[in-house]
Design a binder for this molecule. Structure first.
Ligand SMILES: N[C@@H](CCC(=O)N[C@@H](CS)C(=O)NCC(=O)O)C(=O)O
Length: 273
């Protein structure tokens, strides 16, 4: 077999906890990691997953990447995508929309921000305030021995509960959060349904705004939705998403097309339930 060229970059996340074991090929706990993985795969950029750490991460945030060419480390998916565009590895963000309608660009931006800056917090709420025992058992520290795992998960929970409180969402009851969750998921479901119906008999991938090409919002929406569907840490949010056939189909089709080396989507979906 011909030698594979070395990967163009290393993607650091919480999902490859033990550097000695190969990546588990399960979708990430982090919507931002899934977003970036999808972005890289969509653009045909080769990468290798590796164990990241908050102290090593720019701004203490996951994910971050290291470029093989010159060792440059970049954090934040927005800046990573810009860096990739500057290096000519992908088409610059929303280039195709730039020449198009300002309304579409606005819609794209709004959807992206709704997912990354709004729905994301409800996901974190349900995970860290409602389903803590599940995270101790199978969360980011699942590879550690029980005592250590409990301690590390507890520490992270303390940090995240504080973050949720100061962000604001932590001050609501889960019932109240559920109202906002449903509202947001229905907006996403409405977009997906419109695009899905346009596909008719075509079983190919489709994009959230219904165009021929992906837009920035697709990477954010897909990255968020895939973790909701295949991981079991947020059952209420998952049920809301499952009510929308178009959203499940939206995730399934791109998973099948771009994540063929992962386990079968149907299997993953079952495990998330
Ligand atoms: N805007 C950042 C957000 C990344 C982010 O918030 N990552 C979370 C994990 S999902 C994190 O590292 N949280 C730890 C912290 O905020 O200290 C991006 O697009 O990369």
């Amino acid at each position: 077999m011909a030698d594979q060229p070395p990967p163009q970059l290393t993607l650091y996340s919480f999902d490859c906890p033990d550097p000695k074991t190969p990546h588990q090929k399960r979708n990430s706990l982090s919507p931002f990691v899934s977003k970036l993985q999808f972005r890289l795969r969509h653009a045909g950029i080769s990468y290798v997953d590796a164990a990241g750490s908050k102290p090593a991460a720019p701004r203490g945030k996951i994910p971050y990447v290291k470029f093989a060419e010159d060792g440059k480390v970049v954090g934040d998916t927005g800046f990573i995508v810009r860096e990739l565009a500057q290096r000519g590895l992908l088409i610059s963000p929303n280039d195709s929309l730039e020449k198009g309608s300002k309304t579409v660009r606005g819609e794209d931006y709004s959807l992206k921000i709704m997912v990354e800056g709004h729905l994301y917090w409800f996901l974190m709420y349900e995970r860290w305030k409602e389903n803590y025992p599940l995270l101790v058992a199978a969360g980011p520290f699942a590879h550690l021995r029980f005592g250590l795992r409990r301690l590390a998960t507890k520490g992270l929970q303390g940090f995240l509960r504080g973050t949720l409180y100061f962000q604001g969402v932590g001050r609501y009851s889960f019932e109240e959060v559920g109202v906002f969750m449903r509202e947001g998921v229905e907006v996403l479901g409405g977009y997906a349904r419109r695009s899905y119906e346009k596909m008719g008999e075509d079983k190919g991938v489709f994009w959230i705004l219904g165009g021929k090409e992906a837009t920035e919002a697709d990477f954010s929406c897909w990255g968020f939705l895939v973790g909701v569907l295949v991981l079991k840490f947020q059952p209420v949010l998952r049920r809301l998403v499952m009510e929308h056939e178009a959203l499940v189909e939206y995730v399934r089709r791109s998973h099948d097309r771009y994540f063929g080396d992962y386990r079968d989507f149907e299997q993953l979906l079952k495990e998330g339930g």
